[in-house]
Design a protein. Structure first.
Length: 279
């Protein structure tokens, strides 16, 4: 899980996304965003407290159990999805709090791998690669790594395959070619793309329903894929439907759908104009 470093794996050209560089990392599969309160402020203070407590109290493997029981008894562990474990060993890896990661990882513990005690166990923690590794093309990964520089947004975006692929497909269709990472030497293009990915946090049509992350919701017993009832709202399925679902959108009327479409179209138009102007 999140302490695998940015490297080409030995047996393939796969880029490992968990710890790509010094300014960001991901902890999504350790349950980072599965707390009912998964705002940046809440997660930051949760991870900060854990990291401090771990540093102060875990001096030998025998101390880990006490650490875990203190964290479990003192934190609000209410989850979004019951089926996803929220791991108590996720913390910050660096003083600047730029990188989230596993407090039990050997790199943090003078070579001693403490992950045997974890819910998933050492083997799974060390070997898991989420679907983004296989479904987001290498060039798109490289673009994302270049434009996102903060753990909170990075983890939300790199695990949202639809959000990433749909955007780059829409851009490629308009531009007439696949976007290359080199195009993002332009600060203006970076800013435009950041506006799009930033909607993962501040999208105005985002559902206020806390039991929801991206296109999935939990109905009390299982995950369901949400959908937008376009017919009821008196309109056709939007070409941006996949993006709307990734952004957890809920629309009250047709006008709101139109406004949302205008926002995405304006972002794409601006990107395409800037891209064409720079060639
Ligand atoms: S969700 Fe994927 S990228 Fe994120 S830490 Fe897990 S395996 Fe790595
Ligand atoms: S022990 Fe917890 S934080 Fe560490 S890799 Fe496993 S699930 Fe993630």
């Amino acid at each position: 899980m999140p302490n695998k470093v940015f490297k080409m794996s030995m047996d393939s050209n796969l880029i490992v996304l968990c710890q790509p560089d010094e300014v960001k990392s991901c902890g999504a599969c350790c349950g980072l965003y599965n707390y009912v309160d998964s705002t940046r402020a809440s997660l930051t203070s949760r991870l900060r407290r854990r990291t401090k407590y771990f540093r102060e109290t875990v001096k030998t493997p025998a101390d880990v159990e006490r650490y875990a029981s203190e964290i479990k008894s003192s934190e609000d562990l209410t989850k979004r999805y019951e089926g996803i474990y929220c791991c108590e060993y996720l913390g910050f890896l660096d003083e600047r709090e730029k990188k989230v990661g596993c407090l039990l990882h050997p790199q943090r513990n003078e070579g001693c791998d403490l992950r045997d005690v974890s819910f998933y166990g050492r083997e799974l923690c060390a070997g898991h690669l989420c679907p983004s590794h296989y479904f987001i093309p290498d060039s798109q990964v490289r673009i994302l790594l270049g434009i996102l520089d903060d753990w909170y947004l990075y983890g939300l975006c790199i695990t949202d395959i639809d959000l990433v692929k749909t955007y780059f497909k829409l851009l490629a269709d308009r531009i007439g070619e696949e976007l290359k990472p080199e195009a993002f030497a332009s600060e203006t293009l970076v800013r435009i793309a950041r506006q799009y990915f930033g909607w993962k946090i501040d999208w105005p049509f985002r559902s206020a329903d806390t039991n929801r992350l991206g296109k999935y919701y939990f109905d009390g017993s299982q995950y369901m894929i949400s959908h937008i009832d376009y017919e009821k709202l008196g309109t056709n399925i939007s070409e941006y439907n996949a993006i709307f679902l990734s952004l957890s959108s809920v629309f009250r009327n047709k006008r709101e759908i139109e406004l949302a479409q205008e926002m995405i179209s304006a972002n794409i138009d601006k990107f395409v104009r800037t891209y064409a102007g720079g060639r």
